[in-house]
Design a protein around this ligand. Structure first.
Ligand SMILES: [Zn+2]
Length: 179
């Protein structure tokens, strides 16, 4: 394993206990990421919808030139601002609801569940990489998805020595809109 990166994981739920150990899953996912991609990232905040301010919860956001309801947001990247260092926010209740809505295979297979968390976490980490380390002039959401796929494949390679054909699984999951 690479030297343990010290990204803090802060649990900030309100009236909610996740049915899975989200903090452990995120720790496991982060431990496979090369340190250079985590540089400058302060923490990952695990939260749920009711813990958010009205402004973060209600209304719509722009993404890929379209407007989306904020209730469909699973995670967000917060670049550094005057008040905070860069961090990633994961809406665990939303991710879990997505798992529950999927087929039983998705709910009951920890490996697939990890990939779903990985997809959201690594997508946001992709925004961090784009902001801080490697700016590229590509549609930023597509770029973040590319990082998500790359880092998830890396996670699976490091975690499962027998070499899961993760890109194929990934393609399948995406074609089914599981992620
Ligand atoms: Zn994004």
């Amino acid at each position: 394993m690479p030297s343990e990166n010290e990204i803090k994981i802060n649990e900030a739920y309100r009236n909610y206990t996740p049915p899975v150990n989200a903090s452990m899953i995120v720790r496991k996912l982060l431990s496979t990421v090369p340190d250079k991609y985590l540089q400058g990232l302060d923490c990952v905040v695990l939260t749920n919808e009711v813990a958010l301010s009205r402004r973060d919860r209600l209304g719509r956001v722009w993404s890929r030139g379209r407007k989306f309801d904020k209730s469909r947001v699973f995670g967000r990247y917060h670049p550094s601002s005057r008040n905070s260092l860069p961090y990633i926010e994961l809406r665990v209740d939303k991710i879990v609801a997505g798992l529950k809505a999927g087929p039983f295979l998705l709910r009951d297979t920890s490996f697939l569940r990890d990939l779903v968390f990985g997809h959201v976490l690594f997508h946001e980490l992709g925004h961090h990489i784009h902001h801080t380390i490697r700016p590229e002039h590509t549609e930023k959401e597509d770029l973040a998805d590319t990082w998500a796929g790359r880092l998830n494949a890396n996670f699976a390679r490091k975690t499962y020595w027998y070499g899961v054909p993760v890109l194929r699984i990934y393609k399948f999951m995406r074609s089914r809109k599981w992620i």
